[in-house]
Design a protein around this ligand. Sequence first.
Ligand code: AP5
Ligand code: MG
Length: 217
Amino acid sequence: MRLVLVGPPGAGKGTQAEFVAAHLAVPKISTGDIFRSNVRGGTPLGIEAKRYMDDGKLVPDEVTINMVRGRLAEADALDGFLLDGFPRTVPQAQELDKMLADMGTQLDVVLELVVDEDEVIRRLAGRRNCRGCDKIWHMEFDPPTREGVCDRCGGQLYQRDDDKPETILNRLREYAEKTAPLIDYYGAQNKLVGIDATGLVEDITVRAIDALRSYGG
Ligand code: AP5
Ligand code: MG
């Protein structure tokens, strides 16, 4: 299955991506994770992306599209994938449609995680990520047993640089302006399915898997 997850910052895309991709047996491709790993590695791509990420702005389309084109050509993505955080603009969506058409295929479905703004602000403000295995935690909603330490791998937890209050507001503004139009774009292609993404993480996963069933998932 070829699937895109869309939703505002903090909607739970990364959290759900892990479970849904495992269920579908497809690779999870998160553009945010790829940028952050390049930032950590100090690569030219990371140095460029960081300038935008730290302000809560989107990385330019050209840079992002080229990166995704390379990733989708890798062997593990040829039979299916779950994209988390891409596309994020209408030009990115148009390029993705073209890339897939060139490969003789197309997207099956776009899953929208619907959460209101107050909830995403609460989620982002308390988020912690693991330096070791990238697992996503929340200080209140999903805390590790020992503060600051990942239960899964023992790694150290950190707060993302872009989870500061002023940057969160910029990211929400970018979403409303540049990403929300994708809802209409994919609605017009009859590929959009929305689910309520509030409540327990495991209940949302069940809702997601149910919603994907009628698209072949
Ligand atoms: P990216 O990393 O994609 O960030 P984002 O879209 O802002 O989304 P987040 O990762 O913040 O949220 P999420 O929906 O994954 O939520 P999560 O599961 O972590 O992008 C970062 C930056 O990279 C962008 O700003 C941009 O600069 C650049 N970038 C990336 N892609 C790009 C693109 N395509 N084009 C241009 N630039 C791009 O959950 C959040 C918190 O909530 C966690 O603490 C979690 O534990 C908690 N939580 C999850 N589910 C629940 C629940 N059900 N109940 C309670 N808490 C929950
Ligand atoms: Mg994420």
